[in-house]
Design a protein around this ligand. Structure first.
Ligand code: ADP
Length: 251
């Protein structure tokens, strides 16, 4: 299921995402603020990447640009070799719906819908028949350990369970990119750890070559990912594998 028309071989050989010299500014009053000041990076398939940095460093701006929720002023973003800036509005919307899964700090579930209905929403918007969407949603809830809560509404679930529903929803269209904005920010540390384990599992799924990119203030959570990118004043401070990733690669 893809928005792109490349052959399978092209998709295999091109890097998942390539950002080159991305600049994004905002005008506040008369003043120009550079949220991103020449960012180049390449999240790799099969990797869990965290982006850390102080408030105002540009983390959210970067995540929005990675997910085509916003456009840069200049620079290039290629998704499996295709320039996202060249997509028309329809292609951008399809890219967001099919190629990217979003996970948010406050889960963003619809309160009146059950867990499986929340998971199934993206496919229903995409014209998939309800019965097919339901089967897929139930299988994904099983995968995130919530098969037994499929008919519960969000207010009958714990924070960790709501985040699991949100992760199942993000996986529904089988995207190769998952973007997570402070996914553990509203959870206690034990529940946060279990969500990090689930996201690690999602990134390391050997059948998909998927990349999970997470923005976080939680440095301890970032240490459990494969790679930490530090942002400061819209610039890349460092981009390094974590000790756990180095240890794993050495095995
Ligand atoms: P972070 O997520 O690291 O806190 P942001 O990407 O939200 O950083 O913000 C980076 C800079 O860009 C900040 O100075 C912020 O005030 C500014 N900024 C972000 N979004 C907007 C916006 N929509 N309008 C104006 N300024 C913005």
């Amino acid at each position: 299921m893809t928005v792109l028309q490349d052959s399978g071989a092209d998709r295999e050989s091109a890097p998942l995402l390539q950002l080159a010299d991305v600049v994004k500014s905002y005008r506040i009053g008369g003043e120009q603020v550079r949220a991103l000041d020449g960012i180049s990076l390449e999240p790799t398939g099969g990797q869990f990447v965290s982006i850390v940095g102080p408030s105002g460093a540009g983390k959210s701006s970067l995540l929005h640009i990675l997910g085509a929720l916003d456009t840069p002023d200049s620079g290039s973003i290629r998704y499996v070799g295709r320039e996202i800036g060249d997509f028309d509005d329809n292609a951008r919307a399809r890219f967001r719906r099919r190629e990217v899964g979003f996970v948010f700090q406050f889960f963003n579930l619809m309160p009146t819908l059950s867990a499986w209905e929340n998971v199934a929403i993206p496919t229903m918007l995409d014209g998939v028949p309800l019965r097919t969407a339901k089967v897929r949603a139930l299988a994904l809830l099983d995968r995130v350990g919530l098969g037994h809560r499929a008919r519960h509404r969000p207010n009958e679930l714990s924070g960790g369970q709501m985040q699991r529903v949100a992760i199942a929803r993000a996986l529904l269209m089988e995207p190769r990119l998952i973007l997570a904005d402070e996914p553990t920010g509203n959870l206690d540390s034990k529940t946060g750890t279990s969500i990090m384990e689930l996201l690690t599992d999602v990134a390391h799924d050997e059948h998909t070559s998927r990349s999970v990119v997470m923005v976080t203030h939680n440095y301890e959570a970032a240490l459990s990912t494969d790679r930490i990118i530090r942002l400061a004043d819209g610039m890349l401070g460092s981009d390094e594998p974590t000790a756990s990733a180095i240890a794993k690669a050495g095995k």
